[in-house]
Design a protein around this ligand. Structure first.
Ligand code: ADP
Ligand code: ASP
Ligand code: MG
Length: 406
C-alpha cells in the first residue's frame, strides 16, 4: 500500500478531456489499496482570467476580496475532477483548502500554511475514496479564505503530503522534470534525475517557476520526497531530495534561473547616518514587502547615500507607497522606479569550493554585450540584475558557458 499525493497544475486540468486523461492514468496506475490524494490548480489560465476580471472592476482590489475571487478557480477544478472520477466508478470527494484543514496566516495573497489538520481527508481515504483538494488556498482562524501566492498549489500538495505522511508527493506538470534552465527559454536545457532541496529551493526562489519555493521549503522541513514529472508522459521525472544518490556530471552549477517579476527602486540622497537603512527596510517589512537585492553607495561629496533595492513587481504598489510615505519623514529624497529589469542567476552547491564561477557568469554576460546593474550572492548562487529585454540572451549565454553543447 502506498500513500500518495499527486498534484496537477493548471495546464494539466485545462479541459474536461485532460481531466478524464488524469482519471484514466490515476486509475490505471493505482494499486487496490493505495491511498490517493489529488491536489489541483485552477483550469488553464483561469487564475489570470480572474485577475483580469478584477482589474476591470477596480485597480485597487482589496486583497481579501481578491483571495475570495481567485480561490474560486481551484473550486471549479476539484468539483469537476471529483465528478470525473465518480463517472468512472471510483468514489471521490472534493475539499476546499479550508475543508481539507489547511490553516494559514492572514496575509492575503501570500499567506503561509501554519498547519494541516487532515482529518476529513484521512476519513475520506479510510472510506476508500480519492480525496481531491483545492490547491493554492487555505483558511485563517477567523474563517477567511486566503491564497498562497502564484504557484501555491505546489505548496498545498507538499503540506498535505506531510499532513497525511505520504510516501511521495508527485508534482505533475507540462514539463517532464526539473531542467538546468527553463526549457521554454533554453532549448539546450537538460533534465536532471535528482536535485537537492537546497539547490531546488534556491532555483525556485530565483525564478525557476516549475516549483513554488515554499513547497520546496516545506518538503525539506518535513522530509517529503518530491517527484516532478510529466502529466502527459509516463517517464520518470526529477526527484527532489535531501542528498544525491548518484553523482551526476555537473555538480558545480546545477541550473540557471531567471525572474522577470522584479522592479528596482533607487532612493537617492538619504542621510549617511545610523538607522536610515533600518527605517526604510523595517517600513517595507511592516508592509509585507520582501526586499531582494540591496546596494548602498556612499557619495563622497555630500555625505549622503543612495540605496538601491529590488522588490517583486507584484509588490511595487505597496513598496512605492512606503517609500513615498518615508519621503517627508526623512527630510526629503528623490527616488526612481524601474520596471524593465530582470534577474538572472546561477545555482549550485558546488560553487562554494570553486573559485572563478562568478567570474565565468560575468564573462558570459560581457561576451553577449549585456550590462549588469547589480549583483548579489548567496553561498550557492550568484544573481545579476539586467535589462528585461536581455533576459533570453543572458540565460542562454550563461547556460552555454556552464553547460556547453559541444
Ligand atoms: P503548473 O501549471 O503545472 O504548476 P507551471 O507553469 O507552474 O506549471 O510550471 C511549469 C513550467 O515551469 C514549465 O512549463 C517551464 O516553462 C517552467 N520552468 C521554469 N524553470 C524551469 C526549470 N528549471 N525546469 C523545468 N521547468 C521550468
Ligand atoms: N492557480 C494558481 C496560480 O495560477 C495556483 C497554482 O496554479 O499553483 O498561480
Ligand atoms: Mg506551478
Amino acid at each position: 500500500m502506498a500513500i500518495l499525493v499527486k498534484k496537477f497544475g493548471g495546464s494539466s486540468v485545462a479541459t474536461p478531456e485532460k481531466m478524464h486523461g488524469i482519471v484514466d492514468r490515476v486509475l490505471r496506475e493505482k494499486k487496490p489499496d493505495d491511498r490517493i490524494v489529488i491536489v489541483v490548480s485552477a483550469m488553464g489560465d483561469s487564475t489570470d482570467d480572474l485577475l483580469d476580471l478584477a482589474a476591470k472592476v477596480t485597480d485597487s482590489m482589496p486583497k481579501r476580496e481578491l483571495d475570495m475571487l481567485l480561490s474560486t478557480g481551484e473550486q471549479v477544478s476539484i468539483a469537476l475532477l471529483a465528478a470525473a472520477f465518480c463517472s468512472k466508478g471510483q468514489p471521490a470527494v472534493s475539499f476546499t483548502g479550508g475543508q481539507a484543514g489547511i490553516h494559514t496566516s492572514d496575509i492575503h495573497s501570500k499567506a503561509t500554511i501554519l498547519d494541516v489538520d487532515a482529518k476529513r481527508v484521512i476519513k475520506a481515504l479510510d472510506e476508500g475514496k480519492i480525496a481531491i483538494v483545492a490547491g493554492f488556498q487555505g483558511i485563517t482562524d477567523e474563517g477567511d479564505i486566503t491564497t498562497l501566492g502564484r504557484g501555491g498549489s505546489d505548496t498545498t500538495a507538499v503540506a498535505v503530503a506531510a499532513g497525511i505522511k505520504a510516501d511521495f508527493c508527485e508534482i505533475y506538470t507540462d514539463v517532464d522534470g526539473v531542467y538546468t534552465s527553463d526549457p521554454r527559454i533554453v532549448p539546450n536545457a537538460q533534465k536532471m534525475n535528482e536535485i537537492t532541496f537546497a539547490e531546488m529551493l534556491e532555483l525556485a526562489r530565483l525564478g525557476a517557476g516549475v516549483m513554488q519555493p515554499r513547497a520546496v521549503e516545506y518538503g525539506e522541513h518535513n522530509s517529503v520526497a518530491i517527484h516532478v514529472r510529466s502529466t502527459f508522459k509516463d517517464d520518470p521525472g526529477t526527484i527532489i531530495r535531501e542528498e544525491y544518490t548518484v553523482q551526476e556530471k555537473n555538480f558545480v552549477i546545477r541550473g540557471v534561473a531567471h525572474d522577470t517579476n522584479v522592479a528596482k527602486i533607487a532612493v537617492k540622497g538619504v542621510p549617511d547616518q545610523p538607522g536610515v537603512a533600518y527605517k526604510i527596510f523595517s517600513a517595507l517589512a511592516n508592509a509585507n514587502v520582501d526586499v531582494d537585492m540591496i546596494i548602498q553607495s556612499v557619495r563622497d561629496i555630500d555625505g549622503s547615500n543612495d540605496i538601491l533595492f529590488t522588490v517583486a513587481k507584484t509588490d511595487l504598489v505597496e513598496a512605492t507607497s512606503v517609500v513615498e510615505s518615508l519621503k517627508d519623514e526623512m527630510g526629503g529624497f528623490n527616488y526612481d522606479v524601474e520596471i524593465n529589469v530582470a534577474k538572472v542567476s546561477i545555482v549550485g552547491a558546488g560553487m562554494l569550493g570553486s573559485p572563478g564561477i562568478a567570474a565565468g557568469m560575468f564573462g558570459a554576460l560581457a561576451k553577449a554585450g549585456i550590462n549588469i546593474a547589480a549583483i548579489s550572492t548567496s553561498e550557492i548562487s550568484v544573481s545579476c540584475l539586467i535589462k528585461e529585454s536581455d533576459v533570453k540572451n543572458a540565460v542562454n549565454a550563461i547556460h552555454e558557458h556552464f553547460f556547453p553543447t559541444t
